[in-house]
Write a protein that binds this ligand. Structure first.
Ligand SMILES: Cc1ncc(COP(=O)(O)O)c(C=O)c1O
Length: 387
């Protein structure tokens, strides 16, 4: 098989046999003519299967080493579709520190349908074992690294434990992308993505992906994807593929920039802690190195004084104060009041998502410009609060 850089660059490039178009066309059609009674071109109605989306879905499945891919209208739509595998009374083991929207979907939506979850450090087998409910626990949902604290889970170890208990392993691979980490190769059954992030890469398309391993699970997911209908449209499928063609280049630059900026912040007198799994002092550093081939472009850091947060967000110029990650432009977020606001304060504080934590999604600008921007913002903030 070709290397991942080549496979990414060539997504869809040899698929249009009619015209030979190197960029796979946008098939803006919802209905497909039947050649005759009981006959089909392979496409009938766009919710079930649509050409542009299909090329994207096949690429996603292949990149994640799975059997089937499903493109959804957002990352949350992908998670909702996956949760539809479960029924009333089922229980999930979920990463303690995770994207706030996933927590909200479980606690404020799925809970009404009788699905419950326990939030645990998914790298701690004893903790998983303690929360495991024979008969009702059906799956483990893992983010590694977690968003925003970058906690690491040993995917091979936890998958082995989950298999021994008959549980599905679901991994949200948004932060790593298949370029750096492929959970299915380490034992996961399902991978989900907010493709809005690194896969799209340009802060301009909202999308989600699901990749499944195994025939039966893939068939069940195809049924749910079609039945629920939160599918991705042809224009956005095309935009996503266009973004994915440059994923390898972008991830290399995100990785390099994020590490440089993290090292700079680590040595900054106003910064107390930096959470980046690429730093040797990070508790998950060795496991992360073992199971992935690189580092994502996002990390968090804690400033020494909560009063610095507001002026830092006001004074950054190149870095935008905005609520996403994974795009070519650098963005900074304040998780406690934004992305993670729907997680109750006591849980957030116990995990470490407090009022001094900032999350930085490092883009592909020049790292020195980013460092200068952070430096001036921290300096002006310190002057304002008299620190
Ligand atoms: C790790 C993770 N999973 C899922 C989501 C949800 O994806 P979307 O915003 O595309 O619905 C996000 C969004 O921020 C995320 O960061």
């Amino acid at each position: 098989m070709m290397r991942i850089e080549s496979r990414l660059a060539q997504i869809g490039s040899v698929r249009d046999s009619v015209t030979g178009a190197v960029s796979y066309p946008i098939y803006q059609a919802t209905a497909f003519r039947h050649p005759g009674l009981g006959q089909s071109t392979g496409f009938d109605y766009a919710r079930t299967k649509s050409p542009t989306r299909m090329v994207l879905e096949e690429a996603a499945a292949e990149l994640e080493s799975g059997d089937a891919g499903f493109a959804c209208s957002s990352g949350m739509a992908a998670l909702q579709t996956v949760f539809a595998l479960f029924r009333q009374g089922d229980h999930l083991l979920v990463s303690l520190d995770l994207y706030g929207g996933t927590y909200r979907l479980i606690e404020q939506v799925m809970s009404r349908f009788g699905l419950t979850a326990s939030y645990v450090d998914t790298n701690d087998i004893a903790a998983l074992e303690a929360e495991w409910r024979p008969g009702s626990t059906k799956a483990v949902l893992i983010e590694t690294p977690t968003n925003p604290l970058m906690m690491i889970t040993d995917l091979a170890k936890v998958s082995e434990w989950a298999k021994s208990r008959g549980l599905l392993v679901i991994v949200d691979n948004t932060l790593m992308t298949p370029y750096f980490q492929r959970p299915i190769e380490l034992g996961a059954d399902i991978v989900v993505h907010s493709a809005t992030k690194y896969l799209g890469g340009h802060n301009d398309v909202l999308a989600g992906l699901i990749v499944t391993k195994g025939k039966e699970l893939s068939e069940r997911m195809a049924f749910l994807h079609n039945s629920i209908g939160a599918v991705l449209g042809p224009q956005d499928s095309w935009l996503l593929m266009r973004g994915m063609k440059t994923l390898a280049l972008r991830m290399e630059r995100h990785q390099e920039n994020a590490l440089r900026v993290a090292e700079y912040l680590l040595g900054h007198p106003l910064v107390e802690e930096v959470y980046h799994p690429g730093l040797p002092q990070h508790p998950g550093h060795d496991i992360h190195r073992k199971q992935s081939s690189g580092n994502t472009g996002i990390f968090s850091f804690r400033v020494k004084d909560a009063r610095l947060v507001e002026p830092v967000l006001r004074h950054v110029k190149l870095i935008a104060f905005a609520e996403s990650l994974g795009g070519v432009e650098s963005l900074m977020t304040y998780p406690a009041v934004q992305t993670h606001a729907d997680i109750p304060e006591e849980i957030r504080r116990a995990v470490g998502v407090d009022d001094r934590l900032l999350r930085l999604s490092v883009g592909i600008e020049h790292s020195e410009d980013l460092i200068e921007d952070l430096g001036q913002a921290l300096e002006r903030a310190a002057r304002e609060i008299g620190a």
